[in-house]
Design a protein around this ligand. Sequence first.
Ligand SMILES: *Cc1c(COP(=O)(O)O)cnc(C)c1O
Length: 501
Amino acid sequence: MRRRALRDEPLIFERNPGRGPRGGYLLPESGIAPVAPEEALPADQLREALPEMPALGELEVVQHFHRLSQMNFAVDEGLYPLGSCTMKYNPRICEVTSRLPGFVDLHPLQPEWQVQGALRLMWEMERALAQITGMPAVTLQPAAGAHGELTGMLMIRAALEARGDAREVVLVPDSAHGTNPASATFAGYRSVEIASGPDGTVDLAELDRLMDERVAAIMLTVPNTLGVFEHRIVEIAELVHSRGGFIYMDGANLNAFAGRALPGAMGADALHINLHKTFSTPHGGGGPGAGPVAVSEALVPHLPVPRVVREGDGFRMLWEDGRSIGPMRGFYANFLILVRALTFIRGMGDEGLREMSEVAVLYANLVRQRLAGAYHLEYDAPTMHEVVFDDSLQQEHGVSNVDIAKRLLDLGFHPPTMSFPLIVHGALMIEPTESPAPEEVEAFCEAMLRIAREAETDPEVLKAAPRETPVGRVDEVQAARNLVLRWRAEEAWPAGVPTRS
Ligand SMILES: *Cc1c(COP(=O)(O)O)cnc(C)c1O
């Protein structure tokens, strides 16, 4: 039981205001004479008044941030089936290795002979991802999935321009992640939407009609955002390749088949991998992440520099390569994310990775079986790692996917992704991942079934949810339009909102 209501937690600036420091440490005299600020700094850089810094003891700081952490839902708290985000467990061993001083204390400007271990790690990471994707080479530079998409599209552009074939269009299915058309546009292309067929996959006749000499590439998510595998992917790739286009594969959903199937064999020319989804690494707090891109032979000459190359027993950075698209960021990569992901990959091994995707798919199908009937399935196609229901059955009782999501919070689960993909109205996109115990998946299904019953018998309970969280239902439109960064708890809550105690 919580001794203090979380909703009463003040801002750190509001604790002990203006009362001078309550130091956390007692340090011995340094033996160096203090210098007055006026002697150390030019006059125009001196403050007129001291800033109002929080002045707390160490324990108060720890308790404040610990309490704040309890206001949020976390992967370490319960099932977090946020579809498309692959919110899996982050093994603690990955944190241990990524905090080894030999990695943490590196500086990107150190000479190569001092950082052979780090270069080797990057090289091995490239090899591991090349093996997992069945593609010949990988760049580790991109800082996230969308950045990887841009990197891939720029390489495709470079390959087309190198053969004097300027094209202007990129085809994007209507089920695509919003970053796909955005990345195509950023890379200088016009994105044209392809409608999905009744089973939620790309309509081949439509592709045949649209795929002409103006089309540079198609951007395909496999499995797509409905959790459905593009089962005609080989035919799609053959058609696009035969007309001079490239296949960009959005590999953010690699958790569905890593260790079992090779995007290289499906015909992918460029594929980004969200290390912060498929290969652990906590995400959801805003990063950092990493979105390495694997490429086919056709794109290898255009990989970004710098790249790690092996020379005998050593490693060095290749800074120039005539046809490269150049650097995609400062320095090399979000290095510590690579350490985490390689720890995960090595820890799992080939067998473990295969089992990972098998269990992820099994759990998604378990959820599908348990909830079918209680929730509507717009696209009734075989499910891979995630399943997309919608709220149309609940809408008959005036209950929306938002009400369902808020009620789930009361029942101890993070909500699924909502209202995405856009082709499913009122979507509830559930991705359990392989991490939870079967009992936890079952408990989640029970909670969803209970909510479906409540929608029929007691919709008011859903409308009033959440009641158990430190913050009740917020007006999301108002919150987005009228951003208040400084507030007092008692002003923010309407009277009568129950307190967690
Ligand atoms: C998450 C995701 C992305 C974007 O990845 P970021 O790392 O958030 O930039 C792209 N496509 C799909 C299908 C995704 O799930």
